[in-house]
Design a protein around this ligand. Structure first.
Ligand code: GDP
Ligand code: MG
Length: 163
């Protein structure tokens, strides 16, 4: 069984951008079912000499704020069940939101390794802003820019230690 890395977090933090970067040039292996599954994309990624499965969550079809939050929570619960490692992505430009705090509470109860990935740290001036995410209570934070790829190497190196 392949190792599974699930990317969770609220909309617009950059989950799909990271997913696309990690699975670049590789085909999605499973796609397009109904309901919850439709909201998940599975792809294959490679780092150093390791191959693993990446799950992008949240192509949510939201009809109300409540449905929306419930859908995100559901994705987090599934990730806790099936993933080897969970990447919890947040956005340095917005700081910690209520929904971030809610997701963090779910993840703190999980026994799976959780990596707090602070995205959109596109330049050094934003590095110090990222420190606020230690308040999520999930330990170390990884500052990355999914757009430029900056910081992703260190994240992947540490992630692979859990495989
Ligand atoms: P998702 O909803 O979490 O999947 O987020 P997306 O991957 O769709 O990205 C949401 C928006 O954030 C898009 O406009 C991206 O171009 C932008 N974005 C993603 N990663 C970065 C980043 O590292 N830096 C900046 N500045 N923008 C980013
Ligand atoms: Mg997305």
């Amino acid at each position: 069984m392949s190792n599974i890395v699930a990317i969770v977090g609220r909309p617009n933090v950059g989950k799909s951008t990271l997913y696309n970067r990690l699975t670049e040039t590789r085909k999605a292996i499973v796609d397009d079912f109904s309901g919850v599954t439709r909201d998940r994309h599975y792809g294959v990624a490679e780092w150093t000499d390791r191959t693993f499965t990446v799950i992008d969550t949240g192509g949510y079809v939201a009809h109300s704020e409540d449905v929306f939050e419930a859908a995100i929570r559901e994705q987090v619960v599934i990730a806790i069940e099936e993933a080897t490692v969970i990447l919890f992505m947040v956005d340095v430009t917005t700081g910690v939101t209520d929904l971030d705090d809610e997701i963090a509470a779910l993840l703190r109860r999980s026994k799976k390794p959780v990596f707090v990935v602070v995205n959109k740290v596109d330049n050094n001036m934003l590095q110090s802003d990222a420190a606020i995410f230690y308040s999520l209570g999930l330990g170390e934070i990884y500052n990355i820019s999914s757009m430029t790829g900056s910081g992703t190497g260190e994240l992947l190196d540490d992630m692979l230690k859990h495989f």
